[in-house]
Design a protein around this ligand. Structure first.
Ligand code: ACM
Length: 716
């Protein structure tokens, strides 16, 4: 994670540059609305036809070919969701005559009951005004088709209908994952289940289950029960529960791959087994409560370590049916190794030249066990070593380049760099990252080794109450990146469709929207949260790892503050920033009015919130934020006033106001104003528009942006 910290300044600059490109594509956005409707991920091939298949209370389903219980259950759930949307009670019996059913699903084979990497997930979906037909080689393909089918539902004054269409679809990448860190903050079964449902809705197919960390050992082991008993505060999954999750995921066409992170990130193991740690003899360990990177590391020179791990992996290999086993391997700084004379002597004796080589020695010992257990080893970048067997999968958190380098040397890989959803970045930023860089120099053969990607939900700052809002809906945009053709990349259109998926996910029980109001009510201890909701719709938690320092907490801290209620991609900030962009691009009058009305509304809401904050002690950390809000509103209104009156402000106004804004928009309570870019642009526009009358829309935008967001001076 430190590497990411170092690049954060660069990322900030990129956000500002992206900001304009995001919203300046409106004719294209309109065209794509017709072409894509609300489908997400966009299928490989879509041909709209004329006609529609109406939905009435006699809407019936038939199945043909090889079907299994998984498919029948999936169809049952899809039909209940259709009922929920249409408020029509639909038949529960399958139609006897397939040709008369409104939805016909035909599968050639059931496929693997527990999904495997590379399973055929393709399907065809044909909707005419008589019938919708999903055909698929496997059950999982039919599941993917059923999700697309539900996304087709539309309504108008005549009622609900499915538009006529012909879709041929298959994924671009075979590995489309979501990693959930259940270790730093334990996540109960229902959290995992509802997120698995959401994954299926956007066609993700791997749940990467991060089960051990410095902060917790979360899986029951029968051979070494002290591991979960002493390493988890009693918060762990029993083996029956793990099997339940595996079954639940398999029933939705999703693999479950466990991760046991080692040799670093291993404090929780050492609470019960200090003898396999690399600390001084007699060292004891307690469950880590802080976030960060810690020293406790397994001892790779101790045969006791391997005795335990061999038995442990054997047990886990039997529990988890997936072919892949993730051993972590990241962020081992080797401090305990350096300080341990016994380990140093071992390295010298065995000609192990550095800590990386020692970790490779460790990995190779693990590999032996895993291979005997029939598993393929996967690990983060740090495990990479050219002489590992070529079926080892490299999971890159460092970047496309590391992955491409591994692919060149014959290794398969999965990308997570760029998909760190815990960093609270906008969906647009993740969406722009492709597992294979557009300018890749990899050969076609090498490109095939890039299996796909995974969004990573590291859980330092997520609770069962907030985790859905950190995963969704941004992960739906990432899911599209993994499924859809590379060319599906227009950001305005993505956000439009994302807003639709956002609502659909709620029918699966996801709490990403509804919990926010509950959290706000708790913060002010009042039902009257309208002013607070207005503020929350334009603020966001600070990005990257800034929260760590700006608002210090531990794993035991409540995650119930304003920052926890706030979300990435603050919805009204997106709308506001876009209106500013449009104003600058051309349509001044209409957008100036829209902006003025919005700022006026915010100005009216602020005093009420300022009064609430006086007595709501849980919000006292946000007093300055609330106070600054009013001044930001005032600055915005002043700028709009100049623009509406076609007046040019005094010469010094622009720079003085930008400076004031920089102060007003500094993070408070680790929250930042997501409208800050828009307000800055507005101020510059007020000062510069009269000089830019003859410039093209893009020249105007460029000029205004360059003043609003001057490039940081490069450090020599
Ligand atoms: C990681 O972020 N250390 C995998």
């Amino acid at each position: 994670m430190q590497e990411i910290l170092r690049t954060s300044f660069l990322i900030l600059a990129i956000i500002f540059v992206n900001f304009g490109m995001v919203y300046a594509q409106d004719a294209e956005t309109e065209r794509l609305k017709t072409e894509r409707r609300d489908l997400m991920p966009v299928p490989a091939s879509v041909n709209w036809k004329s006609g529609r298949l109406p939905v009435s209370k006699t809407f019936s389903v038939a199945i043909k070919g090889q079907t299994d219980e998984r498919l029948k259950s999936y169809i049952f759930r899809v039909m209940r969701r259709l009922e929920g949307r249409t408020i029509l009670e639909l038949p529960r019996e399958y139609a006897i005559d397939a040709s008369s059913a409104q939805l016909l699903i035909e599968t050639q084979s059931t496929g693997n009951a527990v999904p495997k990497l590379g399973d055929d997930e393709s399907y065809n979906l044909e909707v005419t005004d008589r019938q919708a037909v999903i055909t698929a080689p496997t059950t999982v393909g039919a599941m993917r088709g059923l999700e697309t089918f539900l996304q087709l539902l539309e309504s108008d004054r005549e009622g609900f209908y499915f538009p006529a269409v012909s879709i041929q679809d298959k994924p671009r990448f075979a590995w489309r994952g979501l990693m959930i860190d259940s270790a730093r903050h334990f996540q109960p079964m229902e959290v995992l289940k509802r997120n698995i449902d959401a994954m299926a809705a956007v066609k993700l197919n791997v749940l990467h289950w991060h089960l051990t960390e410095d902060q917790g050992f979360r899986i029951e082991t029968k051979k070494f029960p002290e591991l979960h008993q002493m390493g988890s505060d009693g918060l762990f999954y029993t083996q029956d529960q793990a099997r339940e999750i595996i079954r639940y995921a398999a029933d939705r066409g999703i693999r479950v791959m466990p991760e046991f992170d080692m040799p670093g990130h291993a404090t929780a193991w050492l609470v019960s087994h200090p003898e396999i740690g690399s600390g001084a003899p007699g060292a004891t360990y307690t469950i880590e409560r802080r976030p960060g990177i810690f020293d406790p590391t397994l001892d790779p020179t101790n045969e006791k370590t391997y005795k335990l791990l061999k038995a442990f992996f054997k047990e886990m290999a039997a529990l988890f049916p997936d072919a892949y086993m993730h051993i972590g391997g990241d962020e081992n700084e080797g401090k305990q190794w350096n300080a341990n004379p016994k380990i140093q002597a071992f390295m010298k004796k065995n000609g192990i030249k550095d800590n990386h080589a020692l970790q490779t020695y460790f990995n190779k010992r693990l590999l032996e066990f895993l291979q005997k257990d029939g598993k393929i080893m996967m690990g983060w970048d740090e495990i990479f070593q050219p002489d590992l067997p070529k079926d080892v999968v490299i999971h890159s958190w460092r970047g496309q380049k590391a992955l491409a380098d591994a692919a060149r040397q014959g290794f398969q890989g999965v990308l997570s760099n760029g998909y760190y959803i815990d960093l609270m970045q906008p969906a647009s930023q993740h969406y722009a990252v492709d597992p294979i860089a557009a300018d890749t120099t990899l050969t076609a053969e090498e490109q095939k080794r890039i299996l796909g990607g995974e969004a990573t939900m590291w859980s330092e700052w997520v609770s069962p109450e907030t985790i859905d809002s950190r995963i969704w809906t941004r992960t739906a945009a990432i899911a599209e990146r993994f499924w859809s053709p590379r060319e599906v990349n227009q950001i305005g259109d993505m956000y439009r469709r994302l807003a639709v998926v956002d609502i659909q996910l709620e029918e699966l029980g996801l709490t990403h929207r509804k919990n926010q109001a509950m959290m706000l009510r708790r913060l002010v201890s009042s039902h009257d949260i309208s002013a607070l909701q207005t503020l929350v719709s334009i603020i966001e938690p600070v990005k990257e790892y800034r929260r760590y320092n700006l608002r210090k907490q531990t794993m035991l801290s409540p995650l119930t503050g304003l920052i926890d209620a706030a979300q990435a991609d603050a919805p009204n900030a997106l709308i506001f920033n876009r209106a500013v962009e449009e104003l600058i691009s051309g349509n001044s009058a209409e957008n100036a009015e829209k902006i003025r009305l919005t700022l006026t509304e915010w100005r009216a809401a602020q005093p009420k919130l300022a009064a609430q904050v006086e007595t709501a002690a849980a919000l006292s950390e946000a007093k300055m934020l609330v106070a600054n809000w009013q001044n930001i509103n005032a600055v915005g209104l002043e700028a709009v006033s100049y623009l509406e009156k076609n007046e040019t402000p005094p010469a010094e106004w622009r720079d003085a106001t930008l400076k004031t804004l920089s102060e007003l928009t500094k993070p408070q309570a680790a929250l930042e104003f997501a409208i800050a870019p828009g307000v800055r642009m507005l101020v510059v526009a007020a000062a510069e528009m009269s000089k830019l009358k003859n410039a093209s829309a893009s020249e105007r935008r460029e000029k205004i942006r360059s003043i609003a967001f001057p490039k940081p001076a490069s450090k020599k």
